[in-house]
Write a protein that binds this ligand. Structure first.
Ligand code: PLP
Length: 419
């Protein structure tokens, strides 16, 4: 049966995505194969448990698919353990904290100050993380970069059971090996057992392409989303270099945190991991980094206050550059077909509902074929619109010229709905 109401919105959304410049750093366009996997027959199947040990019959095909996803994830990140079942990055973090900290009375976590780029699940008062754990924080240094001596000091002050790194809005490389050394030294000198967890949700694609340090080599466990730079379906992932953690991590995901796995999404993860293992993915990720850098540099040339970048994202201080807050800038850009999100920046004086900054990322537009010249032009358009030098009509026209040059997001050919 054709569902006209819902298919109308499918059409609208496809047009919005095709006609727009998508700069939200946590978004991407997975391949049509990944999207087809998510719409596949595997959505029908209940498969509580793990391959070979399910609570339901008829699992031979989901077992094969989930095993493929696991093996590909292990190969991609060079680890002996992977769990591909977390429904999301938040679920992965929930399960991972539980597995690493269970049995400890009043467990303590040390993570990055949320306004400096941490995620809600890293200790926000509105998240389960601050209810279940005692969370304290390390700030960035004055230059907006991680200061490893501050991390060291905070570690000795707070004596946490787990130190967390990996963030939502941090534009620079993270030295996971340095943090590992700090923790090892602390554990040795204090006879402590602090664990190291990395949430690489944002940078998983950069890690997979081998273009930054691999946190899996240094952390006790690593969580991720699969839908950001990794360009897979919306979902979560847990990895560990320590196979002995398998039992605790597996049982923390199922049955502790979740019920039946989303095997259609796991099929999509398997496809995406296969794509990320292909050399083309490395070229893609290199282009993402080049485009991000080109855009940030262009903003700096234009005189805007912008962070540096060594990743797929940077932060633009719109308050200091254009005299408007992040919320207002986000709305102005959305009106001309550029999607961004307001973001707190280091030392922000405004509230999270307003913010002084915008977070700008290039994973999605690079998938569509954005090149460095386009990235510079995007900076020009944003700069002049926010300065008030470029009318809405002129800016929209420029956005349309750009997006017409790029690859279209494909339409799925389903027979009963139109996407
Ligand atoms: N961890 C980090 C660092 C993130 O940036 C995000 C999402 O933006 C998450 C976890 C949560 O992922 P999800 O939205 O899939 O729950």
């Amino acid at each position: 049966m054709l569902d006209k109401e819902i298919s109308f919105y499918f059409e609208q959304e496809l047009a919005r995505q095709n006609d727009g410049v998508e700069l939200i750093a946590s978004e991407n366009y997975p391949s049509i194969s990944v999207r087809e996997a998510q719409g596949s027959i595997f959505t029908c199947k209940y498969a509580e448990g793990y391959p070979g040990h399910r609570y339901y019959g008829g699992c031979e095909n989901v077992d094969a698919v989930e095993n493929l996803a696991i093996e590909r994830a292990k190969k991609l990140f060079g680890v002996p353990y992977a769990n591909v079942q977390p429904h999301s990055g938040s679920q992965a973090n929930f399960a991972c904290y539980h597995a690493l900290l269970k049995g400890i009375a009043h467990p303590k976590i040390l993570s990055l100050t949320l306004n400096d780029g941490g995620h809600l699940t890293h200790g926000s008062p509105v998240s389960f993380s601050s209810d279940l754990y005692q969370v304290s924080f390390y700030p960035l240094g004055e230059d907006g970069k991680l200061d490893y001596s501050i991390i060291k000091t905070r570690l000795w002050e707070e004596k946490p059971d787990l130190l967390l790194a990996g963030f939502s809005a941090y534009p620079y490389e993270i030295s996971f090996s340095t943090i590992r050394k700090i923790i090892d030294q602390y554990n040795k000198e204090s006879n402590a057992h602090c664990l190291f967890m990395v949430d690489m949700a944002h940078i998983a694609g950069i890690v997979a392409a081998g273009l930054c340090e691999n946190p899996c080599l240094y952390a006790d466990a690593v969580t991720s989303t699969t839908h950001k730079t990794l360009r897979g379906p919306r979902g979560g992932l847990i990895l560990s270099r320590d196979e002995n953690r398998k039992k605790d991590l597996n049982s923390a995901v199922f049955p502790y945190a979740q019920g039946g796995p989303l095997e259609h999404v796991i099929a999509g993860k398997a496809v995406a991991f296969g794509e990320a293992l292909h050399p083309d993915f490395i070229s893609y990720m290199k282009d993402v980094l080049l485009n991000t850098k080109a855009c940030a540099l262009r903003f700096a040339e234009l005189g805007a206050e912008v962070s540096g970048t060594e990743t797929h994202l940077f932060l633009l201080n719109v308050l200091n550059s254009y005299g408007i807050n992040g919320r207002e800038a986000q709305v102005k850009l959305e009106e001309i077909g550029i999607t961004t999100n307001k973001n707190m920046i280091h030392g922000d004086t405004l509230k999270p509902k307003d913010t002084s900054g915008l977070r700008i990322g290039f994973a999605a537009v690079t998938t569509r074929g954005c090149k460095e010249e386009d990235a510079k032009e995007i900076a020009d358009i944003i700069h002049h619109v926010l300065k008030g030098n470029l009318s809405k009509e002129e800016a929209t026209k420029k956005v349309q010229i750009l997006t017409k040059k790029w690859k279209k997001i494909e339409k799925l050919q389903f027979s009963s709905i139109s996407m």
